[in-house]
Design a protein around this ligand. Structure first.
Ligand code: PMP
Length: 361
């Protein structure tokens, strides 16, 4: 088997090696307590310190303003597709959604069970090759919020600009690009992200919400999923995902040691630019999304001869380049380049792609 393995999975994805070593090191004895973190009572001092530190580190990393709350909840991003409208708007109210690909369609399908959705613009007519420009959006003047998917994990598209929705709160599913670059949090009403790409173990869900939006939940909203109730009890309505929060905290620390989000963004830009250049220059591989809307996190591409895709994936795997298959809905190849993917992994992938193209040209 190969010496080094690079995991290009879209999520759960690659974790920083240093963090995994630290988790192993501390597994039986967290914070010199004689206990594993996963054995600690969640309301006890030791775990409370871990949670507070994680929140503070995240606040510093992202520059989260004082009038925003950070919640560590359970259920993943898909649960938020329903919980967002429940927390933000009464039944029958309206909301704008942008349709930019697979995950925004999921958000629209589920959100539509709770609010009346206006699809302000859709990339469908262009085969989801681009993010519709804001000049083409038709926002509903009565919408209670506007929902975007900042990075389309399955289609390989990302916003490289921030929409302006005026007084209407901008809400973003940032599951697959959270912490990959600096962010003007103050431009958003709510940001949410599942953890399994750039943060930590699956299940943990991070919500960042502006204080004034905390009072709108429908009365029937389950308490464990009610943003205000959770914010007021500091996430202790139910047993939080203690071990996952601890690991996310280690990732935040790791990001700080890497130089923070500007440094990450620069590294992520280098990694994706190198890969996209190799694709564009190959004549053998082709990228679906147009250049200006391509995702730095999930590079989605095809082989000119689709019949070779299976062989490509198999040979890549044999060389330790794992989980490169595209999303089942889109097919082809997808290389996810989350924060933990080292530049050497991208170089190894490019070298493999060039050799494969030469062999099969
Ligand atoms: N939104 C986006 C952008 C995603 O990439 C994913 C997972 N791939 C989800 C939502 C759903 O996340 P989960 O499976 O944690 O519910």
């Amino acid at each position: 088997s190969p010496d080094a393995v690079y995991n290009f999975a879209a999520g759960p994805g690659m974790m920083p090696h240093e963090v995994l070593l630290q988790v192993r090191e501390e597994l039986l004895d967290g914070q010199r307590s004689g206990m594993s973190v996963m054995e600690m009572p969640f309301a006890g001092e030791a775990f409370q310190a871990i949670q507070q530190q994680a929140q503070q580190d995240l606040r510093e990393l992202l520059g989260v303003p004082a009038d925003y709350r950070i919640l560590f909840l359970q259920g993943g991003a898909s649960a938020q597709f329903a919980l967002l409208p429940m927390n933000l708007l009464p039944a029958g109210a309206k909301a704008d959604y942008l349709d930019t690909g697979h995950w925004s369609r999921k958000a629209i399908a589920e959100g539509g069970r709770y609010v009346r959705i206006n699809v302000a613009a859709s990339g469908e007519a262009h085969g989801y090759r681009r993010i519709p420009a804001q000049t083409d959006w038709r926002l509903d003047p009565e919408a209670g919020y506007c929902h975007i998917t900042s990075n389309e994990t399955a289609d390989g598209l990302a916003y490289h600009w921030l929409p302006n929705t005026g007084m209407v709160p901008l809400v973003a599913d940032m599951t697959s690009d959270f912490l990959s670059r600096p962010l003007a949090v103050e431009r958003f009403g709510v940001i949410y992200a599942g953890a399994q790409k750039n943060i930590g173990p699956a299940g943990l869900t991070i919500i960042i919400i502006r204080d004034d939006l905390l009072r709108r939940a429908r009365p029937e909203t389950p308490s464990v999923f009610n943003y205000r109730v959770q914010a007021e009890s500091n996430g202790r309505v139910n047993t939080p995902l203690t071990h996952a929060i601890y690991i996310a905290g280690l990732v935040f620390r790791w990001l700080k040691r890497q130089g923070g989000l500007s440094a990450m963004a620069e590294r992520n830009r280098r990694k994706s630019a190198r890969l996209y250049d190799a694709i564009d220059g190959s004549g053998f591989y082709a990228c679906h999304p147009r250049a200006m809307d391509r995702s730095p996190m999930n590079a989605c591409f095809h082989l000119a001869d689709d019949a070779l895709t299976g062989k490509f994936l198999q040979s890549a795997s044999a060389q330790g380049l794992l989980n490169l298959q595209g999303h089942p809905a889109t097919g082809g190849v997808r290389a996810s380049l989350y924060n933990a993917m080292p530049e050497a992994g991208v170089d190894a992938l490019i070298a493999f792609m060039q050799a494969f193209a030469l062999r099969h040209a």
